[in-house]
Ligand binder design. Structure first.
Ligand SMILES: Cc1ncc(COP(=O)(O)O)c(C=O)c1O
Length: 383
């Protein structure tokens, strides 16, 4: 439990600071909770469903979810990717977190290894533990893309899967296509060498929170054993509704067996099926997006202010995070910011000591009012 979560720790410290100094006097950038309103389509659908008396609408369904919802998602992915997916390639889940657990439960045998790219969403290692796997961590370069050399040295006959996350939490950086191709090449070479199958799990709840038109390729267009774990938590701004999905590429190895295993895992991990209401809501909002330009405006403003103060930051292209360099030990630095009533999360929690994470999914006033504190702390290192 001690190492369980720096994010929670900062969030909880924030609660006591807010009680002491007042809510408006504490600048809390610790949680990645979407702040935007869901789009109009979502509310229209909610109203329509609440008035509907269709029999059985709130009952159980097949473990994979409603076929109509899966069909909408498979069509959307087929339109945007080079693959032709059908509804059976989709499994509805309880968020991307549910999707990751269902996938890992389905593919991992005790002791098999999963390579996680640093900096990483801290829950990954607990998810891998949940299903008897062993996590290995791949180093990153200055621009937060993975070290391909380090990946080559980690991959082995024991590797069952890789988890990659782009746009990334905590850095906000998206992996360029070239990096994805390089990763897939290393995996293909390892598969040939060890006569094995290695799954590349692309965790991508921030795919549509992209501010630079990157058109990130779909992982199964680059590698046959690509699997997507995703959700509507961030792009529709409905994280609390717990709705996500798994998507399999056309040519994945042992596809029927994997589909059966995913259904079985969704059931036996206790999810049974993804929330019925959530499935209807996302089906009716399939091409909608929360007003993500608001995140872009926050990013541009906050980034340029912090750079002017002297912070070193790789410009994030997506998500709602900044990941500045810390001039000293990141835990000590975040403690100095805390004295200014600014709450951020040390990079140590993401496997990246020497940095810290700012979640800018907050009101503009929180950003504006925090700036003096950010300036004061960094200036003390610049004289
Ligand atoms: C990288 C990443 N993966 C997965 C999740 C979990 O998303 P969901 O709420 O859809 O389960 C999050 C949530 O913050 C995340 O940042």
């Amino acid at each position: 439990m001690n190492e369980s979560s720096w994010i929670r720790k900062m969030f909880e410290e924030g609660i006591s600071l807010k009680e002491k100094y007042g809510h408006e006097n504490v600048y809390d950038f610790s949680l990645g909770n979407p702040i935007l309103d869901p789009p109009e389509e979502f509310f229209n659908s909610l109203k329509e469903i609440s008035e509907s008396k269709i029999k059985g609408i709130h009952g159980y369904m097949p473990n994979a979810g409603f076929k109509s919802t899966r069909s909408k998602i498979s069509q959307k992915i087929s339109n945007q990717s080079k693959s032709e997916l059908n509804p059976d390639d989709i499994l509805m889940t309880s968020g991307a977190a549910g999707a990751l657990n269902v996938i890992l439960h389905s593919i991992i045998n005790e002791g098999e290894e999963v390579i996680i790219f640093k900096p990483f969403f801290p829950e990954y290692k607990f998810y891998v533990d949940n299903h008897g796997g062993k996590s290995l961590f791949c180093d990153f370069k200055e621009d937060f893309t993975p070290s391909i050399d380090n990946l080559k040295s980690l991959i082995s006959s024991k590797t069952k899967a890789l988890i990659l996350n782009s746009p990334n939490n905590p850095t906000g950086v998206s992996y360029p296509e070239k990096i994805l191709i390089d990763i897939c090449q290393v995996v293909s070479e390892a598969e040939a060498k060890f006569n094995s199958d290695i799954f590349i799990i692309s965790d991508e709840p921030y795919r549509y929170l992209e501010y630079e038109d990157s058109n990130q390729p779909f992982i199964f267009d680059l590698h046959k054993n690509g699997i997507i774990a995703s959700s509507f938590s961030k792009d529709l701004s409905i994280a609390g509704e717990r709705i996500g999905f798994v998507a399999l590429g056309e040519k994945i190895k042992d596809k029927e067996l994997i589909i059966d295993a995913l259904n079985f895992s969704n059931r036996t991990l206790g999810f049974v099926n993804a929330p019925a209401l959530g499935q209807r809501l996302v089906e009716n909002s399939i091409n909608a997006l929360a007003d993500i330009n608001k995140y872009k405006t926050k990013r541009d403003y906050f980034y340029s202010e912090l750079i002017n103060f002297g912070y070193e930051i790789v410009m994030p292209t997506g998500g709602f995070y900044l990941f500045p360099k810390s001039p000293i030990n990141d835990i000590e630095f975040t403690n100095l910011l805390k004295k200014e009533k600014i709450l951020v999360v040390p990079g140590t929690g993401f496997g990246a000591p020497g940095y810290f994470r700012i979640s800018y999914s907050v009101d503009d006033s929180v950003i504006e009012n925090s700036l003096d504190g950010f300036k004061k702390v960094i200036k003390s290192f610049k004289t």
